[in-house]
Design a protein around this ligand. Sequence first.
Ligand code: ADP
Ligand code: MG
Length: 417
Amino acid sequence: MIEQARKYLQEYYGFTSFRPGQEEAIQCVLTQQNTLAVMPTGGGKSLCYQIPGLTLEGTAIIISPLISLMKDQVDALTSYGIGATYINSSLSFEEQRSRISDMEQGRYQFVYVAPERFDSQSFLSTIKRIKLSLIAFDEAHCISQWGHDFRPSYRSIVQTLYQIPNLPVIMGLTATATQEVIQDIKQLIQVDDASVVNTGFARNNLSFRLIKGREKRDFILEYLEQRPHDSGIIYTATRKDADHLQNFLAKKGFSVGKYHAGMTENQRKQVQSDFVQDETTTIVATNAFGMGIDKSNVRYVIHYSMPMNIESYYQEAGRAGRDGEPGDCVLLFSGQDIHLQRFLIDQSMMDDDKKKDEYQKLQSMVNYCHTHVCLQQYILNYFADPHPHEPCGKCSNCLYEGEEQDMTREAQMVLSC
Ligand code: ADP
Ligand code: MG
């Protein structure tokens, strides 16, 4: 069957060889083992369920947290001549019904759904009746309550799943999972040790840089002046910062859009599509921006202030360089950032245990901002990357080793005060 998989790789996608981990993951699924694939962003996770979906008989159900992502994937599959659709709340009720009925007729090899779809009786009774080739959880870290983007509806599917007669092979795919999250996913979707394919997290085309003690806006101004044509994202911690910074940069003549949850859906769509089509060069955004945006030529990601944890940081910074070309990831740190993030956790609705967990993650983020070791190594160690790594030789710690570092007092204190 793996020969068939190789044939599909060429025939449908026009690729000559598999990327690291793809063949192993595909092989596991084809031999009916529930599989977890952990690969970096841009590593090619989609193929790991698409090729088995083409090879095995029946319909593949892909559970994906993002509507925009579903449409892109379905468009791509359809352009290869593969029967694919998505069923979600962006469609009219009639359209949903008609797609479910087409699914029942076996018209689709791939059906993308949001987790909430499993609450729908008509959908459930259909998937109980038809032949399924596999079920894949894309962005599988959403299933774990330890994941940084936990979605309760993802988790509740698991209970529903095990009531499906003839349950097919199940797959999870993620780019960001700590050991804790990996354990959780493995247990939930019943994956053996042998069927965890973990290629590690290293993105060797990214360079990490920490900037402390500089006026942040001045830094950004200088930075953008040096690379006026490069596409990039600047993340702020609050909407207010996004508004101010975008306004400031636009007044200086830069092509810069903004994106946050305080804008209307139409405004956001417009900004996003201008950016993806290179009509705007830079985007200033809160963390509402990015998931599911497939733009491969982002050359830099600047964090205007420190994010809440390493998971978010690596995911956001990792939006640079998805095409494999160099990507620059700059974090502008000031002591005040810690207070802001602490405040956000304090104010949240989380219970005390969860808050404690978040403070601990924040502490690791603060430690990143004060470490003397290679920044890439620090991140990979944090995620317990299974492969050993030499210092990267290009992050700010590797480059400026030995220069005086300011160990601010705030560094020690997330948990202690
Ligand atoms: P991920 O979901 O892991 O972030 P995608 O599945 O979106 O990554 O793939 C990222 C890019 O890599 C896509 O443009 C895809 O076509 C390309 N790609 C995937 N597998 C291969 C391969 N074996 N050879 C060449 N390009 C590939
Ligand atoms: Mg993906």
